[in-house]
Design a protein around this ligand. Structure first.
Ligand code: SAM
Length: 286
């Protein structure tokens, strides 16, 4: 099936199946034929590679991935799309569609069962309402994956790909950088989707690190520190940490001084090393 991003074809298939878009499932389907081949190419899909796709929709990106990868497992929550996918992609014997919520799925098990002996990559046009939870699950689960190539809202892409330690950075920037090296690939206009969302999108690639760039005693505490630090962007770091971690201000000041960080610094100025030092010193203090 080659013309899946042809708008006439998409409308024909959807109307044949009586399909109506669900806003709450983030259903904005790609209708720009130039996007999916590029995404699939950047994802690393190829010989010896298995790809997990989140939310295949009617299969426009899946179609490209199936042509490049050894195997594709597409996880789709909306069961109304299963007969549609059977019609559009039924011809591929290297595709498995799994009707599950990706956030509830045991992806370690899926990889072990479906991709033995293959390199694994993730590629998806993510439903916007769960962009961060999906990305953080894929990273925090420490899956044996090489890279995550995803379409997200442009602002989310800019935040994730900002440099740690700059004004554009946020909790998600620091957290993602702990696990991966993010890369901005290309922008995609709102008009490339049906229905068109209100904002533009961008495709990013997260190159998963073999090892985190800093060492911490407790990753859970590191992420609590990052979250607390960015929780009140207008406040100084000491105030944000004090209220976010429920530790008295005097102790936080002491902690920051011991960690080589100025007490009136702002969270966005901190490096990953700073966050690691604060976390390890806090652990000792507790
Ligand atoms: N890949 C298609 C495309 O590019 O045209 C569709 C992308 S659309 C932005 C997101 C897709 O994710 C929809 O098909 C939606 O039903 C599916 N989805 C939403 N929430 C999901 C979840 N929790 N788990 C798996 N799929 C989900």
């Amino acid at each position: 099936m080659n013309n899946l991003s042809d708008i006439g074809k998409i409308k024909e298939i959807l109307s044949k199946h009586g399909f109506t878009f669900s806003k709450s499932l983030g259903q904005n389907f790609l209708i720009n034929p130039s996007v999916c081949p590029r995404m699939a190419e950047y994802s690393g899909a190829g010989e010896g590679v298995g790809v997990i796709e989140v939310g295949p929709g009617i299969g426009v990106l899946t179609n490209e991935l199936c042509q490049l990868a050894d195997k594709v497992v597409a996880v789709e929550l909306d069961k109304r799309l299963l007969p549609v996918l059977e019609e559009t992609l039924g011809e591929y014997d290297n595709l498995k569609v799994v009707n599950e919520d990706v956030l509830k799925l045991d992806l370690h098990k899926l990889i072990a069962e479906e991709f033995a002996g293959m390199k694994v990559a993730v590629c998806a046009n993510l439903p916007y309402y769960i962009t961060s939870p999906v990305i953080m699950k894929l990273l925090e689960d420490r899956l044996p994956i090489e890279a995550i190539t995803v379409m997200v809202q442009k602002e989310a892409a800019q935040r994730i790909c900002a440099e740690v330690g700059t004004r554009q950075s946020g909790a998600v920037t620091v957290s993602v950088n702990y696990y991966a090296e993010p890369e901005m690939l290309f922008g995609v206009s709102a008009g490339s989707f049906m229905p068109a969302p209100k904002v533009d999108s961008a495709v990013i690639r997260l190159n998963v690190r073999k090892e985190p760039p800093v060492k911490v005693e407790s990753e859970k505490l590191l992420f609590n520190v990052i979250k607390a630090a960015f929780s009140q962007r207008r406040k100084t770091l000491a105030n944000s940490l004090s209220s976010g971690l429920s530790v008295e201000k005097g102790k936080i000041n002491e902690l920051l001084i011991n960690s080589g960080v100025e007490t009136n610094a702002r969270a966005e100025k901190l490096t990953l090393d700073d966050f690691a030092n604060i976390t390890n010193n806090l652990q000792e203090m507790m």
